[in-house]
Design a protein around this ligand. Structure first.
Ligand SMILES: NC(=O)c1ccc[n+]([C@@H]2O[C@H](COP(=O)([O-])OP(=O)(O)OC[C@H]3O[C@@H](n4cnc5c(N)ncnc54)[C@H](O)[C@@H]3O)[C@@H](O)[C@H]2O)c1
Length: 272
């Protein structure tokens, strides 16, 4: 018996064209799930679709544009999902704004100390990471109530649980980088939002749990890797494939008695 069977489950992943979304979507399709990959970044859609077509049969996945801050965009995406696959068994609330420290994205990193941090950047993150996540979940809960079942997985962060150790972002070259408050503020909301949804819908056969990934390797600078390894109990970053097991666990019936939980997958980061 395979307790982790997700075959034929319909899984909608937001922020699916990004690092984690793309990896877990491929993992789900590979295990026989029907997956809707939805994202704001339409520029990536064509190449990702071509990539997936090479790997997986027609009818096993759908790529769709989605802005989780926009009612009409969410409604259109959900209509297309239900038209294609009939229902939504699992929602993965993965889309978020997050300043990145890998080589490709390090230009976005904000070097302002907390006291000078531009408040508009906080407002933008609140709009997407908090309000957008709530709006998306509202829409999908309506569909799950109609179906009489559902499973929601919210993507949190270690910064939902602890503060960043800012020395991780100090590469010793004069200019200091900081993990900004917008991310910590909006990710702190995820565990309690998870408990709110879990308890609100506990009699409606809708489960809700969160997962805490941490430090997914993506061609990071050597200096960052050295700092990270020193602070991580496992002494290394997470390989993106290592997320497939935990996400499959929460998406499958293997976790049927779990709701309102926060599953920590952080290499021990929050253990000391
Ligand atoms: N990468 C990590 O190390 C790490 C660690 C802990 C938690 N996380 C969390 O994992 C999730 C995914 O992170 P990632 O590293 O893959 O990020 P990413 O930036 O690679 O992907 C995020 C995706 O979300 C999309 N997005 C942004 N705004 C959107 C909107 N309004 N509507 C729809 N889509 C939108 C982006 O276009 C992007 O493709 C996030 O919630 C992040 O907080 C990541």
């Amino acid at each position: 018996m395979n307790f982790f069977d997700i075959h034929e489950k319909v899984i909608l992943v937001t922020g699916a064209f990004g690092l984690i979304g793309k990896e877990i979507s491929r993992g789900f399709i590979g295990q026989g799930a029907k997956v809707v990959l939805a994202d704001l970044n339409e520029a990536r859609m064509q190449s990702l679709e071509a990539e997936l077509r090479q790997e997986f049969p027609e009818g096993t996945f759908l790529l769709h544009s989605l802005d989780i801050t926009n009612d009409d965009s969410i409604a259109t995406c959900l209509r297309a999902t239900v038209e294609a696959f009939g229902r939504i068994d699992v929602l993965i609330n993965n889309a978020a704004i997050d300043a990145k420290f890998d080589k490709e994205n390090s230009g976005q990193v904000n070097q302002s100390r907390f006291e000078n941090y531009p408040i508009d950047l906080l407002r933008k993150s609140v709009e997407v990471n908090l309000t957008g996540t709530v709006l998306m979940t509202q829409h999908v809960c309506r569909q799950m109530l109609l179906q009489g079942s559902g499973n929601i997985i919210n993507v949190a962060s270690t910064y939902s649980l602890v503060a960043p150790n800012q020395s991780l972002y100090d590469f010793g070259e004069g200019t200091k980088n900081f993990k900004p408050i917008d991310y910590i503020a909006t990710k702190s909301f995820i565990p309690n939002f998870t408990r709110y949804i879990a308890t609100f819908y506990s009699k409606d056969n809708i489960r809700c749990n969160a997962i805490v990934p941490h430090g997914i390797y993506n061609d990071h600078d050597e200096k960052f890797l050295v700092n990270f390894s020193k602070m991580s109990p496992l002494g290394r970053m997470c390989e993106r494939e290592e997320l497939n097991g935990p996400f499959t666990f929460l998406a499958s019936e293997a976790s049927s008695y779990m709701t309102g939980s926060v599953l920590v997958v952080d290499g021990g980061w929050t253990a000391w």
